[in-house]
Structures are given as structure tokens and as C-alpha cells.
Design a protein around this ligand. Structure first.
Ligand SMILES: Nc1ncnc2c1ncn2[C@@H]1O[C@H](COP(=O)(O)O)[C@@H](OP(=O)(O)O)[C@H]1O
Ligand SMILES: [Mg+2]
Length: 543
């Protein structure tokens, strides 16, 4: 497939969008004209870049649909935001085409408001498994953008759900990794079957230099380095550390935002990219992976999900049939997958709120409502004055101290109520144990005694608030049994026991174990909620 024109347009569009995003950063973020939590710069950069890239694509390939992260609804409702975006895009369009940029394409110096908003809305295409489609993340790594760290403008062309072309512009990545303080701003490109390349964003007519991954083999795997998300909510950093350990990797992980991770490993700055799901329900977005996946493959690597399945771009806007991402040199990919299967704990439970609650925005009444946190809080955490606390706040925004107070209250109330349930379970067990010990000769008594031991470890741990007994069920098949696994196994065994000994004592054992499993299930959910809240509020380290 000859995609040279597509490549030229994609390089121009992403490089120009990268310049535009830098202007936004320099004028709105670097000079501290906005507060840290104000997301407007990233919003402005996102819309402007999508508008610019989409406009160029629509002029060059009018019949190609576009899957983009944004739509223009918010802009149509805010004149101030809209004017800024229109101004920025027109400013970029008015810079004359340089040598090497798109030939034979009349950009027109400035564009009408509607044309630019419509360009953004072209990105609402829902995806397709057949035909051509472009896929755009105008600012990937929004957190990195705001931090002045890594972010990327990412564009891919898919044909029949296969990524044929990928281009990623990283405005803050050093051109030469050996000179981290030298020139920054690199654009990466790959065409299927034709290799992976990079060149400085500043050189629109410069040659595309071939890049490749470090030639790492199973015997040199321990010298590898891996990279992962900065955001612990996007990828489990704890599991990544265990996996690195399993592979004998001792180097500290390199954390960076966005698809700059795919770019880094493609040119050998690092070797393995791990994205390990922390939530069972999160579906990765196609624009977060399409170009990166091709780049790594063309640089000598292999990209799959954590179950070693190819990333499947044929199901609309998300990778619904994949979980996480593992990218590594093709010679070591299998070793990495093996370690992942051994050490990655499948997320068994999904918190009801998946947003980075406290980092994204102050905890507000609207947020509580939209995340169903209010009702969950009432039913699970049982904090009677939580609603009053939120309602009494006229601005419906809680400040830091109030957020802290809520988290502490949730944790305390949660721990107290769970302890009560466990005391009740423990009491049932003691009564039943006493009965069994005094009727040892009755049929099934010994089996019943053994079955009653299954909930004991977690009961003891909670009642003493210490990890007295920990049983890790790590077998790859068993780990997909939802928590509480030992309890569920106990219930299953006691059903078998009841089939063997149809007597009242065995029925009682089954009832107690079922009660214990159900209450344990709900308690673990609430404990996980409390832990997640804690993590969101205080960060991974103190969680
Ligand atoms: N719970 C989650 N798990 C995995 N990825 C998530 C996530 N929530 C958001 N993301 C995605 O992670 C991307 C950033 O990736 P990374 O963590 O590698 O920097 C975000 O892209 P945007 O920044 O474009 O919104 C967003 O699409
Ligand atoms: Mg993204």
C-alpha cells in the first residue's frame, strides 16, 4: 500500500498541532496564569489540536472518517473557550507552508468558526471494522501536558481495523536521548511493513531516521528497563514491580505520560512497556494505542494485551476485547507475558468511581451524585452526617480539609461496621465448633470442622487488625474466581459435604459459610472503596 501522501499529511498535521500545543503551554501554563487544578489549558489545546488535524485530514482525504477523542459540544456552549480555540487554530494556519510540508494542499490562511467546530465534530465517528479510518488523540497524556512532562499528538490510519500508519509527535521528548538537555520535540512515524522512524519536529523537511528497539534476548532480559504510566490509576505500579522482580529486572521503572512510552522503547530508551489494568471495567481507548502499537511492531517489538491477545481495533472506539498492554522486543515478549500471568493480580472488583477524583476536581456534590458515591457512602460506609456535610456547603465544593475529614470518617466507619459483621460470623462459628467438638462421633463432624476453618484466616486478620495468616491463591485459573476466594471454595466444599452427609450439622455449616461469604464479599467491596478513596486522596505511597 503506498501511503506516502498520508504520511506527509500526518507528519505535517501532528507537528503543527504539537507547535500549537506548545504555544498554549507557554502562554497559559508556564507563566502560572492558571492554577494547578484548572484544566482549561489542556481543554483549549485538545480542541485546537483536534480541529487543526481534522481540518488538514478533511482537505486531503475528504471521505475518510475520523475517530477523535473530543467533540465540539462544550465549545459551542462557551464563547470564551471557542474564541480562544478559533484564534489559536487560525494563528497556526496562517503560518505559510514550509518546504517538506503538504504539497498541493490549499489550507487557506484562516477559517470560519463553523468550519473549525465542524472539523472537531468530524471526530465523533464510532469506529468500524472495515474501510479506512483515522484515529486521533489530540493531546495524549493530558496530565503530563499540565505538568510540563511528556505528552503527545497521536494519529493513526486504520484500514479494515489494521493500523497501517502511525505518527506520534512528542513536543517534550529529547531529540537525542543521550542529551536530555538538548533540543526537544520529536515526531515518530511508522508504516506497516516499512519500518519505524523519527525526526525532530523542527525539521519539516528533514530525513526520517530509522529507529529500532534494543536487541534484548531472554539471557539479557535482567538488564532491561521498563516504563509505565505516571498515573497509578492507569496501570498497577505495584504489580509492575513484582513482574520486574520476577524477570530479574533491577532498574527503577521510567514513568512517563502518554504514548511517548511506545516511542521511547521503539528507539531503545527503554525496553518494556507495561500497562496493567487496575480496574476490571476500564476499556482502553483506540486512540491511546493505535499509532504506538504499529511503531513498536515496526521497530522490532511485539504488542499484545496482558492475555497475549493482539490489540483488536475492530470494535468501535475502545479495545473492548483487550485488557491492558504489554509491549516488548519480540524475542522477550513471551517471557514478559509469562511473568505477567504469574504476578499480575486480576482486578476482581471495580470501584464505582473510576476518575482520579481528588486530582481532577474538588470533591463536589455533583461529583458525588454522578459517581453514585453519595448513595454508596450512605449504604456502605454509613456515615450519617456525610450528606449534611456536602449539602451544607453552598458552593457544593469541599476544600482540602473537608475532603480529608470525609476520607477519615469513611475509613473509620467502614472499619467499625465491618468488624461487627465479622464478630457475628465468628460467634456463629464458635457455637458450631463447640457443637461439633461435643459430637465428634456424629457422621461428617470432622469434615464440618475442616470446612469451618476456611473463613478463619480473614476473620482472625481483621479482628486482630494484623496480617496473621495470608493465603495467596496465585494459580492462573483460580485467580479468576472472584473474591473472597477462600470463602467461595469453602461454600463449594460444604455443598459437596451436604451431599455426602445429609444432616442438620452439615446444613448449619453450609448456612454459616454462605453467610460469611456474602458478608465478606460486601465488606471487601467497602474496604476496597475506602482504600481507593484513600489512594486518590493521599497518593499511592501512603495508601
Ligand atoms: N483507568 C484508566 N486505565 C487506563 N487508562 C486510562 C484510565 N483512565 C484514563 N486512561 C487513559 O490513559 C491515558 C493516558 O495514558 P498514560 O497513563 O499512559 O499517560 C489518558 O489519555 P488522555 O491523557 O489523552 O486523556 C486516558 O485516555
Ligand atoms: Mg489519551
Amino acid at each position: 500500500m503506498n501511503l506516502s501522501r498520508e504520511l506527509q499529511i500526518a507528519l505535517t498535521a501532528t507537528s503543527r498541532a504539537a507547535n500549537l500545543s506548545k504555544n498554549v503551554f507557554n502562554s497559559l501554563v508556564a507563566n502560572d496564569s492558571v492554577t494547578k487544578n484548572d484544566k482549561s489549558p489542556v481543554t483549549i489545546a485538545d480542541y485546537s489540536c483536534q480541529s487543526l488535524v481534522s481540518l488538514l485530514l478533511s482537505k486531503a482525504f475528504p471521505s475518510d472518517p475520523l475517530v477523535g477523542e473530543e467533540d465540539a459540544d462544550v465549545l459551542r456552549q462557551s464563547a470564551e473557550l471557542k474564541d480562544k480555540v478559533i484564534g489559536l487554530v487560525n494563528n497556526e494556519l496562517s503560518i505559510p507552508l514550509k518546504h517538506g510540508e503538504v504539497d498541493g494542499l490549499d489550507l487557506g490562511s484562516t477559517q470560519q468558526e463553523n468550519t473549525l467546530l465542524d472539523a472537531i465534530d468530524r471526530g465523533t465517528f464510532q469506529g468500524s471494522s472495515t474501510g479506512r479510518m483515522w484515529c486521533l488523540d489530540p493531546i495524549d497524556g493530558t496530565k503530563g501536558f499540565l505538568r510540563g512532562g511528556q505528552y503527545a499528538v497521536c494519529l493513526a490510519l486504520l484500514v479494515d481495523a489494521s493500523v497501517e500508519l502511525g505518527v506520534i509527535a512528542c513536543p517534550n521528548l529529547p531529540v537525542n536521548p543521550a542529551q536530555p538537555d538538548g533540543e526537544r520535540g520529536v515526531v515518530f512515524a511508522a508504516i506497516k511493513g516499512q519500518g519505524a522512524f523519527q525526526r525532530p519536529i523542527s525539521q519539516s523537511n528533514g530525513a526520517l531516521e530509522p529507529i529500532s528497539m534494543n536487541a534484548i534476548t531472554p539471557s539479557t532480559l535482567s538488564s532491561a528497563s521498563f516504563c509505565e504510566s505516571v498515573e497509578s490509576g492507569h496501570s498497577s505500579q505495584g504489580d509492575a514491580a513484582n513482574i520486574a522482580n520476577e524477570l530479574g529486572i533491577t532498574k527503577e521503572p521510567v514513568r512517563m505520560d502518554s504514548q511517548a512510552k511506545y516511542c521511547s522503547i521503539s528507539r531503545g530508551d527503554g525496553d518494556v512497556y507495561l500497562r496493567l489494568p487496575v480496574s476490571a471495567s476500564y476499556e482502553e481507548k483506540i486512540w491511546d494505542h493505535a499509532p504506538g502499537r504499529l511503531l513498536v511492531a515496526e521497530a522490532g517489538g511485539k504488542v499484545t494485551d496482558i492475555h497475549n491477545k493482539d490489540l483488536d481495533f475492530s470494535h468501535g472506539r475502545t479495545l473492548k476485547h483487550n485488557k491492558g498492554v504489554i509491549a516488548a522486543h519480540k524475542d522477550i515478549h513471551a517471557n514478559v507475558i509469562k511473568a505477567v500471568q504469574k504476578r499480575h493480580s486480576a482486578p476482581a472488583y471495580t470501584p464505582s468511581y473510576e476518575m482520579d477524583l481528588f486530582a481532577e476536581a474538588p470533591l463536589s456534590w455533583q461529583l458525588c451524585n454522578s459517581m453514585n458515591l453519595r448513595s454508596r457512602t450512605r449504604s456502605i460506609f454509613q456515615v450519617p452526617d456525610f450528606e449534611e456535610l456536602v449539602d451544607s456547603h453552598p458552593s457544593q465544593i469541599l476544600d482540602e480539609d473537608e475532603q480529608t475529614a470525609i476520607v477519615e470518617k469513611l475509613e473509620k466507619a467502614n472499619a467499625a461496621s465491618n468488624k461487627q459483621y465479622r464478630i457475628v460470623t465468628a460467634a456463629f462459628i464458635v457455637v458450631q465448633l463447640t457443637y461439633l467438638l461435643t459430637h465428634l462421633s456424629a457422621s461428617g463432624s470432622l469434615i464440618n470442622l475442616a470446612l469451618l476453618l476456611t473463613p478463619l484466616p480473614s476473620l482472625l486478620n481483621t479482628l486482630t487488625s494484623r496480617d496473621l495468616i495470608t493465603i495467596r491463591i496465585t494459580h492462573p485459573h483460580l485467580k479468576y474466581i472472584p473474591e473472597p476466594r477462600s470463602h467461595l471454595l469453602g461454600v463449594a466444599a460444604s455443598i459437596v459435604g451436604l451431599a455426602l452427609y445429609r444432616n442438620a450439622a452439615t446444613s448449619r455449616t453450609l448456612t454459616i459459610l454462605t453467610f460469611s461469604a456474602i458478608t465478606e464479599f460486601w465488606m471487601r467491596r467497602s474496604e476496597k472503596d475506602a482504600r481507593e478513596l484513600h489512594k486518590l486522596k493521599y497518593g499511592q505511597k501512603s495508601a
